[in-house]
Design a protein around this ligand. Structure first.
Ligand SMILES: [Zn+2]
Length: 51
């Protein structure tokens, strides 16, 4: 039986809850790429990390 850890996150753009794998939980802040790009537009000084 495969055990993976998942973390429930809240999208900081639209407020949706979404589930990510624990390994990437600290870098997944948005539920979709659309939210990601919206957040980047709202905060032009944020560092954009290429996946
Ligand atoms: Zn979202």
């Amino acid at each position: 039986m495969l055990v993976l850890s998942y973390v429930e996150k809240t999208c900081s753009v639209c407020g949706n809850k979404f589930i990510v794998s624990g390994k990437i939980a600290d870098r997944e802040l948005f539920c979709t790429l659309g939210c990601f790009s919206r957040a980047m537009k709202d905060e032009p000084q944020s560092t954009v990390l290429e996946a």
